[in-house]
Write a protein that binds this ligand. Structure first.
Ligand code: GLU
Length: 436
């Protein structure tokens, strides 16, 4: 889901890697980092938060080289902090990864048995270790990369630096988009053509299962069977929106495929990694102490509210009314005395939902927004915000924004059931692990 940029050149790449990352800011992210190959081998800088923090790191301790990879991370596994930020390094390998490695636990156990020590909580770090493992076995860089990719399950776009003096970026995609860009005497890799727009418009979209060896003047692409293939080079139409669509026929198709990541990321945000239990932030006491809940929304978000009714009533024993915001706002609804109201909206700007929220606020109810847009009007005015981490949804029929709403509501119902003593810790843990 998040951003990848790679450059193979004969001139310094650090500043341009960061420039490419800024092009990807619109996708949302929580940390950023770069790695380059220079005279000392692979060196990297990483920072949590905005790209400007990475820039400050680079200003304080500059690194540069003529080949490098960079990443904006949006965490699905492990907290958003420096240690978990990409690129991840193992020996002479550095990698950046978008997506989720489903079999990372198994791979991690296997590599740990072979003496690999892990520095992060991410699923992605296994990729670096696995490549290094195959290098240790005597495979050359390309074969080690390919052997690693063959063992990965899940969704990924990966770019890797393999070997400490090697002027090559190795790339592979399965479920997450990746493009290769052609410059004048240099080559690029990006998670979309927009990231590469400052450098080149000539791009090749890798297809599902493709891997690529990108060197300074050429790219060798193999398909999922390992057979060398030629992919068309096109001129990208540089509108952010068009570039972002990648190989998909339309946004809805793309957003359907983004659901596993959106769900994993959203659920992870509501699990406390210390005790593996739901953590609902400011919303927790409002939900736990309410005698009744009202869930108010429009359109698809109203369907999420209707599902939430089942969960809150069935798991936490709280009575829930659902209301369509446009009906609610034009009557004078009677409100429960000790109640809390949930407002579900992708944009956080849905006019009827906003008006309904203001009515409840004025009446002194506790209000909670379940929102995809943290800067929105509803977010600013509710007492607690529960974010869905679905990323921008362009398709008109809601897909990943809806499933991310369900994820938040399921975690809320479980956390509330636990707080109210309706489920014990074990039942709560088993339920959320079942959802994952
Ligand atoms: N699953 C990876 C992580 O949590 C990559 C997330 C992303 O796509 O940025 O670090």
């Amino acid at each position: 889901m998040c951003g990848i940029v790679g450059i193979v050149s004969n001139r310094p790449v650090s500043a341009r890697l960061v420039e490419g990352l800024t092009r990807l800011e619109y996708r949302g992210y929580d940390s950023a980092g770069i790695a380059v190959v220079n005279g000392q081998g692979i060196v990297r800088r990483r920072a949590p938060g905005k790209i400007i923090n990475l820039q400050h790191e680079l200003d304080d301790a500059p690194i540069d080289g003529t080949c490098g990879i960079a990443h904006t991370r949006w965490a699905t596994h492990g907290r958003p902090n420096t240690e978990n930020a990409h690129p991840h390094q193992a020996g002479n390998v550095a990698i950046v990864h978008n997506g989720i490695i489903e079999n990372f636990k198994l791979l991690r156990e296997e590599l740990a048995q072979n003496g690999h020590v892990f520095a992060t909580q991410t699923d992605s770090e296994v990729i670096a270790h696995l490549i290094q493992h195959y290098l240790d076995k005597g495979l050359d860089a390309e074969d080690a990369f390919m052997a690693c990719v063959a063992r990965l399950e899940g969704a990924y776009a990966v770019a890797a630096l393999v070997g400490d003096q090697n002027q090559t970026v190795y790339a592979a995609r399965h479920g997450s988009p990746l493009v290769v860009g052609f410059g004048e005497g240099e080559m690029f890799v990006g998670s979309d053509a927009f990231a590469l727009a400052p450098f080149t418009k000539r791009v090749l979209y890798l297809e599902e299962g493709d891997s690529a060896v990108v060197s300074i003047d050429k790219v060798c692409v193999r398909d999922k069977t390992g057979t060398p293939v030629t992919r068309d080079i096109m001129t990208a139409s540089i509108s952010a929106v068009m570039a972002e669509k990648g190989n998909y026929r339309h946004f809805m198709e793309k957003e359907i495929h983004e659901q596993p990541e959106a769900l994993a990321r959203t659920m992870a945000a509501y699990i406390d990694p210390e005790n593996d239990m739901p953590t609902l932030g400011k919303a927790a006491p409002l939900l736990a102490e309410a005698d009744r809940l009202i869930a108010i929304a429009c359109g698809t978000a109203y369907l999420a509210a209707s599902v939430a009714k089942y969960w809150f009533e069935g798991l936490a024993g709280v009575h829930v009314e659902t209301d369509i915001a446009s009906e609610f706002r034009y009557r004078t609804p009677a409100l429960p005395k000790n109640g809390a109201a949930l407002f579900i909206s992708q944009s956080g700007e849905t006019a009827d939902t906003l008006a309904a929220m203001r009515y409840c606020n004025q009446a002194g109810m506790s209000t909670i927004g379940v929102l995809n847009a943290p800067e929105s009007s509803i977010a600013r005015e509710t007492h607690a915000v529960m974010r869905t981490l679905a990323g921008p949804e362009i398709g008109v029929a809601s897909t990943k924004a809806f499933t991310a709403q369900l994820a938040v509501l399921a975690m809320s119902a479980l956390g509330t059931a636990q707080a109210r003593g309706c489920l014990n810790d074990d039942q709560v843990k088993r339920s959320h692990q079942g959802l994952e």
